[in-house]
Design a protein around this ligand. Sequence first.
Ligand code: SF4
Length: 515
Amino acid sequence: MTETIPRPRGAKAADGVTTAGPPLICSPLRIEARAARRGLRDTQDAPAVIRTGYGTTRATQAAGALSYRSFGQLIIMGVGAGLSADLSPGDLVVGTDVDGVACASAPLLAAELRRAGLSARTGRITTVDHLIRRGERAALAADGALAADMESAPLAAAAGGRPIAVIRAISDTPNHPLAGIVSGGLAALRSLRAAAPVAQRWAAACGTHQVLLAGPRSFCAGVERAIEIVERVLERQGEPVYVRKQIVHNTRVVGDLESRGAIFVDELDQVPDGATVVFSAHGVSPAVRHEASRRGLAVIDATCPLVSKVHAEARRFAADGYTVALIGHAGHEEVEGTLGEAPDSTILVQRPADVAAMQPRDGERVAFLMQTTLSVDEAAEVSGALRERFPGVRAPGSDDICYATTNRQAAVRAVAADSDLVLVAGSANSSNSVRLVETCERAGTQAHLIDGAADIQLDWLTGVSTIGLTAGASAPPAVVEEIISALAGLGPLSVSERVTTTESIRFGLPKEVRQ
Ligand code: SF4
């Protein structure tokens, strides 16, 4: 399936417009143009800087002249008025929208500015035909704008479908009005100069891109179930709802549930007596269950049924007198929970060398289990070492690495082969997301783990044409959409999906939250 992402709202490609050429920086005033020019790196692809004149009339005239000029990307850089009290002189506002012209890559540019040590936010920029009057800021802010200027809108309209970025350095704010404009203006000019090399990197990252989406990606059945459990408890009991550990390993999901009243704690001693506590999708050890019972806490268990299956296997093998080699990563919550099922009979093995060091009670009675979110390739190496050392080793009845982990690794392998770069949406503590990065790297393709579009470093995209995109089992689908939307602001973007399998698994909810 191939789909072309629509161009940003208001950014129609004009007939006959030449989109090739160097990037162009338009700055209204001479001092603004000078600040931008001084910050630029002297490279072959350095943007040209032109002064377009002060005010809407001159900006409109300059925009007309731009239709006769060849340029590849348009960057508008100048000083502007801040409309929010939490802005300070020298802060940068990167326009997401300039009076109807969308700048879809603003989150990428603002994040790059922040990584460069600048204070940068995204927001709507509005253009007015006069200096902001007393009392006018509040009305413009109420209309959704973060900054105002007198030139950006007519200039932005001249982009003609090319990638566009608008950076306004704040000189005055509600708390620092025009009376302080000299010091505020100097702070703004310093920020403009510092922002110029970042704008240059943004232009270098622009171009025609193809996104290859891996399918399946994003939420698995266990994650959907765990999130729904917390949502239902919040609905029924109201806030706060205590959750032991992160319900799933994703900062977006955790942040969203926190904003709705969930309180994530590391241990049960942070949960008040008599409260309800939800156990996360990664599961807990019996010791945690006993402690919750001793404290009289009401427990709702969001442990993924596929993790519970591994726990049951650990208990069964241990009861039959087997030493259990648990293939997994030390310190991961799921591994701690599984180890706790039969602590005297279970040995954690992370790599083949750990197998060589194992000292089971009886070499004839060894079994192995796996963390559900391992790399299929890595786990096969360790299980291979176990089979070699203990030929009679018992394996789990069915694969412990879950369907979602296996499917996402196969899917990303299929896109990595044809990608210059793979972006994996997921949080750093998400085991299955980290394994997706490793899967790409094993296939010889560079990959980066990102929580969202703002984590994309512009240098990664320079010279890249095909971008593989996937998401770990705990990363929301909306993050993938956010990333595609931001990439669409860097130039023509086509998106196709490569589906290696489809998933229909659903898990039932625990009785405490069923209707
Ligand atoms: S990744 Fe697998 S084990 Fe983990 S919650 Fe999803 S389905 Fe369950």
